[in-house]
Design a protein around this ligand. Sequence first.
Ligand SMILES: Cc1cc2nc3c(=O)[nH]c(=O)nc-3n(C[C@H](O)[C@H](O)[C@H](O)COP(=O)(O)OP(=O)(O)OC[C@H]3O[C@@H](n4cnc5c(N)ncnc54)[C@H](O)[C@@H]3O)c2cc1C
Ligand SMILES: NC(=O)c1ccc[n+]([C@@H]2O[C@H](COP(=O)([O-])OP(=O)(O)OC[C@H]3O[C@@H](n4cnc5c(N)ncnc54)[C@H](O)[C@@H]3O)[C@@H](O)[C@H]2O)c1
Length: 456
Amino acid sequence: MDYTFDVLVIGGGPAGMAAATRAAELGARTAVVERSALGGTCVNSGCVPTRVLAKTARLFREVRTAYDYGIVVAEPSVDWDKTVQRVRATVARVLDAKGYGATMERLAIELIEGDAELTGEHTVVVDGREVTAAAIILCIGGSGRRLPIEGAEHAFLPHEVLELPDLPATVAIIGGGHTGAQMTTIFDAMGSEVLLLDVAPRILMTEDEDVADAVTASFRGRGIRVEAGISGVDSIRRDDGGLNLTWQRDDEPESITVDAVVMATGWPANLGGLGLDAAGVRTARSFIPVDDYLRSNVPHIFVAGDANGSSMLVQAAVFEGETAAENAVMGAMRTTPHHLLPEGGFTDPDYAGVGLTEAQARGRDVECHAVTVPYAAAERPIIDDREQGFLKLVIDRRRELILGAHAVGENAVELITAVAAAMAAGTDLATLARVKFAYPTYGAIIGQAARAGLHS
Ligand SMILES: Cc1cc2nc3c(=O)[nH]c(=O)nc-3n(C[C@H](O)[C@H](O)[C@H](O)COP(=O)(O)OP(=O)(O)OC[C@H]3O[C@@H](n4cnc5c(N)ncnc54)[C@H](O)[C@@H]3O)c2cc1C
Ligand SMILES: NC(=O)c1ccc[n+]([C@@H]2O[C@H](COP(=O)([O-])OP(=O)(O)OC[C@H]3O[C@@H](n4cnc5c(N)ncnc54)[C@H](O)[C@@H]3O)[C@@H](O)[C@H]2O)c1
């Protein structure tokens, strides 16, 4: 059959752009359908805006503590419009640097702007135009979830936060995953009073427990109210004082009136209107399950990135996009196991992890070791007045292999990225302990932890 394209990618976020680029590099006639903006959630409304707001939060902290260093500055306050402008300008600069247009031109990738709907196994309609493809790669990402409760429409979803007319004096954040935790730091740093609610027994459930506990303690230490383990949120009602939010704890109702509510309660795939039934693609729990080769139940329809529900991170999306493209063009033979996926959040303090948490490692071998080096035992955090935090290494029972690394504190994400590089290179603990780390750096804590691990 003569198809319009060899490979049609739906969605131009990190997964989609990686898939299209790789498919075209392999010589496939390729197109990308995008209904909003290339760059997807990551660049336009997720990672990049959140990271700019995290930087804003850090600047606030630095200005507030400037006098500790003898610098006299006025008490800072927020010009919210200017903050939003800064975020938007930075998104534009990142998009510019990505150079999608030039890549697509160089590789002759066609951009089809509009909403894609599958109308058959090989057929897609985009705003009235029908195209066909030998293989389709769904890189449709996900969206914030509005809880099915009374008054949910009064809440802001994470990507709508920049639409807040002003910085709220009081804000309730529902959901303490990566997004909710980062929103908490951002609002707190800018002066809002913050309540963070979660039905899970603790916030940051995917992180090592000590990491989640340390972030919680730090949040509480600065006056943030963290309420984990609630039974559920009931309603949001507008009243004279603002938004009245009610929730249940142990079957007892509790409530608060706040200026704004943000819902960060999950990230289902963008399945609505996609026409999966017409193509015979099955879904499960708001995602499209895939096999090891990123194939849906329809073998020539692949799914990469957030939409397959496995690892909702940019670093995973890019590798999955490339792998799906290679499988689509050359035959399904490549897999992308995410054994080592460093991740973290830009809260204050930062947190991050890679590999097994201590609980996961002990679940496999109760005699494994965990060693923790407090930031206060290293010079650089003391010099920077950032002694709060630690690096934990999880090590096998013979003290050879690094099974996981987890950190809280300044530059924790960078620290964990460095340990991930060592793990990926197969570096054993003794070798890591002999690495010379520049002085005085946060990285030197890695060497301290490795040496402590050898002798613990
Ligand atoms: C607030 C926030 C902060 C985050 N911070 C980080 C971070 O610091 N680090 C990190 O690794 N990850 C972070 N993430 C997660 C990261 O954004 C995602 O993992 C990543 O964007 C997934 O890429 P993707 O290509 O799968 O999907 P997306 O980036 O969501 O792209 C999907 C694209 O598909 C398009 N699309 C969907 N359906 C259709 C259709 N039917 N027709 C046409 N186009 C369609 C959408 O418009 C979108 O552009 C964050 C997420 C959020 C919400
Ligand atoms: N820095 C990063 O790498 C980063 C940042 C943001 C998001 N992300 C990714 O995006 C995805 C989505 O993140 P997210 O934080 O939006 O969602 P999430 O699914 O990770 O967390 C949602 C949180 O909401 C809670 N929750 C669910 N229902 C609730 C209810 N009714 N009441 C109270 N709490 C409730 C859950 O217990 C959970 O803690 C994640 O997979 C994450 O990996 C990554």
